[in-house]
Design a protein. Structure first.
Length: 444
């Protein structure tokens, strides 16, 4: 069996296939495993999670892997009061009516089966309506609509609310257990971090595969299939197998050349799931000065380029790390600026919520996932308005010997590490259940 991509989904698929007795080859484009996770280290050893970082309750497969591979976790820093940056300044409360908007969307989601969101009674209407329209019609005031749009479209999908449909929003809410679960720190998706970052876990997962299973620096360019099996082409080799699990976001899976060509609707799906647009920037200070002022550093914003911040310090480091997240239009605007102008805009936004000392970080560290050829955006891909009802059924449907994994195909915790693992394990079960002959992968 062949697996394309050594992110969490590809690794989980490969481990499950290996457990089922298959011989597996994993072909990974980058020179490392892990995909959308990357750990940076400051010179004093402080850990910075440049990609994914959190896990939280009900992400059972991730906690099981953390435990099985002996990776320690620690809780996200939480020391003082949170804030909401609103037009008049810093507040402790979100705009009135915002919680009701989250609750209303959660209750729409209750009617959606995340395995088949296109079948919900309201699906046609929700799919053609963008989140902005729904919020403007439903909200009691424009500020709460703007706040909810920034948190739901931005904080969850790194998009602007006019880029995603109501159906995409409620699917995602449902898959992650609702807005409280998705947006929460303790008790929610942002509860725990991994010592060494999720990359440390990915490396252990890869090491648990039989030696030689994973080949890095091997971007897959083409996949051929016929009645005998599949032939997966990299620049250096052709790997044969009975079946292939493509563990990539749809937008990247669409860049592989398939012979025979993919069915038109599957190909169409890959053209309608763009990656989000986010900036995750770490401002590093000698110490977390905001804590002395009784501030947690954790907050959200209705105005400005930064939608969310967190105190991203680690228990073993004295350095203060304030991490800023910018999404959708704000991220695109920042991307268009010079590095100096972007730095000013980001530091002004941080100063507005934790005070003037924020303007003088030791370092400001960003990793641009949108410019990375093997991710091309973050956090994940999301279907454009109108696409769930037209193309959704082709998200997971295998094409002959090609099976689709990747977090975007998950029915639980889609878009998250947990979704990636579940999708990989589901694809592996599909492959073994499909009765493809257990040929050894071999080089041709
Ligand atoms: C900045 C950021 C913050 C995030 N925060 C969180 C968080 O806190 N918690 C959370 O749960 N999730 C978070 N996420 C989302 C999380 O990272 C993803 O859901 C998860 O990593 C997806 O795993 P995957 O295996 O499906 O895809 P990927 O990790 O994208 O894996 C795909 C792999 O395929 C490789 N590849 C691409 N093209 C080819 C090719 N042609 N041939 C071979 N290999 C190829 C890639 O290099 C990559 O290794 C975040 C993501 C980002 C970017």
């Amino acid at each position: 069996m062949v697996v394309v991509g050594a992110g969490f989904s590809g690794l989980a698929a490969a481990l499950a296939l290996a457990r089922a007795g298959a011989q597996v080859r994993v072909l990974e484009a980058r020179d490392r495993v892990g995909g959308r996770v990357l750990t940076g280290w400051l010179d004093d050893g402080t850990q910075l999670d440049l990609g994914a970082q959190w896990i939280g309750p009900t992400q059972d497969r991730m906690y099981a892997l953390v435990s099985a591979y002996g990776v320690d976790t620690f809780p996200s820093a939480a020391y003082g009061a949170g804030y909401v940056r609103r037009p008049g300044g810093r507040s402790t409360e979100p705009p009135p009516g915002a919680e009701e908007l989250f609750a209303a969307l959660d209750s729409l989601g209750a009617a959606v089966d995340p395995a088949e969101p296109w079948r919900a009674a309201g699906a046609p209407r929700w799919d053609r309506m963008c989140l902005t329209d729904w919020l403007e019609r439903t909200a009691v005031d424009p500020e709460s609509a703007r706040y909810a749009g920034r948190l739901l479209a931005g904080g969850l999908l790194a998009a602007s609310p006019d880029e995603i449909s109501v159906l995409q929003t409620v699917f995602y809410l449902r898959a992650g257990g609702g807005s409280r679960s998705l947006l929460g720190m303790a008790g929610g998706a942002q509860q725990d971090r991994l010592v060494g970052g999720p990359g440390a876990l990915a490396e252990r997962m890869a090491a648990a595969l039989p030696e030689g299973s994973v080949t890095c620096s091997a971007p897959v360019r083409a996949i051929e299939q016929d009645r005998a099996g599949v032939l997966v082409h990299t620049d250096r080799e052709r790997v044969a197998g009975d079946a292939v699990v493509v563990a990539l976001p749809p937008a990247l899976a669409g860049r592989i050349r398939y012979t025979p060509a993919l069915p038109a609707l599957r190909d169409g799906l890959t053209q309608r799931a763009p990656m989000g647009s986010a900036f995750k920037v770490h401002a590093v200070y000698p110490e977390p000065f905001w804590r002395a002022d009784g501030l947690s550093g954790v907050g959200t914003a209705v105005v400005g380029p930064v939608t969310e911040t967190v105190d991203n310090g680690t228990p073993d480091s004295e350095r203060g790390v304030l991490t800023a997240f910018c999404y959708g239009d704000e991220a695109r605007e920042l991307r268009g600026m010079s590095a100096a102008a972007r730095r000013d805009a980001l530091l002004d936004a941080l100063a507005a919520v934790v005070g003037r000392r924020a303007r003088r970080p030791d370092e400001l560290i960003e990793y641009d996932w949108s410019a990375d050829p093997y991710t091309r955006g973050c956090f994940c891909g999301a279907l454009t308005p109108g696409s769930w009802t037209r193309y959704g059924p082709f998200l997971r449907r295998p094409v002959g010997r090609i099976h689709w994994a990747g977090t975007e195909t998950a029915t639980r915790w889609a878009g998250y590490l947990e979704g990636a693992v579940r999708a990989g394990e589901r694809a592996a079960a599909e492959v073994t259940g499909a009765g493809h002959r257990a040929n050894q992968p071999s080089q041709r």
